[in-house]
Design a binder for this molecule. Structure first.
Ligand code: HEM
Length: 460
């Protein structure tokens, strides 16, 4: 039998400038640039951002090698001795750490997000969703930025599931602090030629001030919980109680701070953007929207959804999957080679930077029929992509999303909850994606909030 594993050779992206490399083009529109390069030059590319050479992979076999088969050779890009990018904000939390620290934290945290805990979390999600859309009652018929609304909703969900009501009065400040700090972190990664953090520029000062606010808030909550001993049944309680099954040791305050902030940051922007894109796709595909509304009305019969309803909402789940295919919240997964290695014949030296583009993988014509079309049906009846690693909205291998069950409950539940009451109609001409920490709609998405008729409840 012929060997079906393709061999690859690197193509160097043309047009790099002396010193800056491809920084100019890339920084302006990273997502479109990576997509155009892939279409023009192929699945394994090399380009430069200032002094750094990056390797862009857009093939499932390459993704599998980096994320799964050789996972121990490819670490996260952050260096704990010289924090940069997201690590400036999230410290040594799950997203940014590597090696033994990451392994220990993952062992401690993974059980918190076990599927069996999701029913209790789901009740909180629905409660928050109900409150939020009750506030929409004053805005019926109006045009809202649905991306901002979804961000607020997802922030309130993670806030309530993580801290119960303790942070409710600070939600706007947290929103602001996260925005400022993540933008700062993202810019610092995108532009390696930026001024260092110790220079007292207004940006650096603002960053320090929002970090002080978030640290103060989290350390304050930790102290309060420890002192009062009151149980809230939320993620913070679970984090405080969690112990390493191998050693019986829990997380220190600094580690708790890093993980709380990590889960907070990783657990809302991703979901918020996935929801915003889903509303956009539904608004631009009336047949899919009608089928979705029909399913929600038939299954829920006017009541609020719960976790058990999800199994009866396959089309709603398919819509969410398909939306994550076209607009994956994490459009690239970044890694650094810990040692020199080869990946399907491609040489990578120790320290080499790799970007696995989920955005490109999810639209790869060799693995998806009609890759650019929104077709939720492709997820029904157990249909799966032609290649296992052609669909990676939650990553793959040991570093796959720890919140996958949480997000897979939260996304469809909130969609169903909102669709029960509202029909969202697009109120702007064009919407384009922007890669900013996650994949978000540039400038938001304005939508008209149209109340729906209460569904007719069928009599058995
Ligand atoms: C639709 C929603 C979500 C998407 C698309 C998503 C996507 C991802 C992806 C792709 C990764 C892997 C990144 C990599 O390999 O470099 C990841 C990791 C992670 N996600 Fe999610 N995520 C979502 C929701 C959540 C939620 C709700 C939480 C927590 C409540 C969460 C917490 C995390 C954490 C802590 C990691 C790091 C895991 C590790 O490296 O061990 N995510 N997520």
């Amino acid at each position: 039998m012929p060997n079906s594993v393709p061999t690859f050779t690197f193509v160097d992206v043309p047009g790099g400038m002396p010193l800056l490399g491809h920084l100019g083009t890339f920084k302006k529109r990273p997502l479109e640039t990576m997509s155009t390069w892939w279409h023009r030059h192929g699945d394994a590319l090399r380009f430069r951002l200032g002094p750094k050479t990056l390797h862009l992979f857009s093939h499932p076999d390459l993704a599998e090698e980096v994320l799964v088969q050789q996972a121990d050779r490819f670490v996260k890009v952050y260096d704990p001795r010289r924090p940069a990018g997201l690590a400036l904000v999230l410290g040594n939390g799950l997203v940014t750490s590597s090696g033994e620290i990451w392994k220990r934290h993952r062992r401690i945290i993974q059980p918190i997000f076990h599927r069996s805990r999701m029913a209790a979390m789901a009740d909180r999600m629905v409660q928050v969703g109900e409150q939020r859309i009750a506030d929409w009652g004053d805005h019926e018929g109006e045009s809202l930025d649905i991306a901002a609304e979804m961000r607020q909703l997802a922030l309130e969900v993670i806030s309530q599931t993580m801290f119960t009501t303790s942070t409710a009065q600070h939600i706007d400040q947290i929103n602001h602090a996260l925005r400022v700090s993540l933008k700062y972190a993202f810019d610092s990664f995108q532009n390696p030629l930026r001024l260092p953090g110790w220079v007292p520029t207004p940006r650096n000062r603002e960053f320090r001030s929002v970090m002080q606010f978030m640290d103060g808030l989290i350390y304050g909550l930790l102290a309060e919980r420890r002192q009062s001993g009151v149980q809230h049944g939320d993620l913070l309680d679970l984090l405080l109680q969690a112990r390493d099954e191998e050693t019986g040791v829990g997380l220190t305050d600094q580690e708790l701070r890093d993980e709380a902030l990590t889960i907070f940051a990783a657990g809302h922007g991703t979901t918020a953007n996935a929801l915003a894109w889903t509303w956009y796709l539904l608004a631009t595909h009336p047949e899919a929207k009608a089928r979705f509304h029909e399913e929600v009305d038939r299954v829920l019969q006017g009541k609020a959804p719960n976790v058990d309803d999800l199994q009866h909402l396959p089309y709603t789940r398919a819509i969410f999957n398909e939306s994550l295919r076209l607009y994956p919240s994490a459009p690239v997964l970044q890694r650094k080679a810990a040692t020199s290695t080869t990946v399907h014949g491609l040489p990578l030296h120790a320290g080499a930077f790799i970007m696995v583009s989920t955005y490109n993988l999810h639209r790869h014509p060799a693995f998806w029929p009609n890759p650019e079309q929104f077709l939720p049906e492709r997820w029904l009846d157990g249909e799966r992509p032609a290649a296992r690693y052609a669909y990676l909205p939650f990553g793959a291998g040991p570093r796959a999303c720890v919140g996958i069950h949480f997000a897979s409950v939260e996304g469809p539940l909130l969609l169903a909850l909102i669709a029960r009451r509202y029909n969202l109609q697009l109120d702007q001409k064009t919407v384009e994606p922007e890669f900013f920490v996650t994949l978000r709609p540039r400038g938001g998405i304005r939508m008209l909030l149209q109340p729906r008729q209460a569904p007719v409840v069928s009599v058995a």
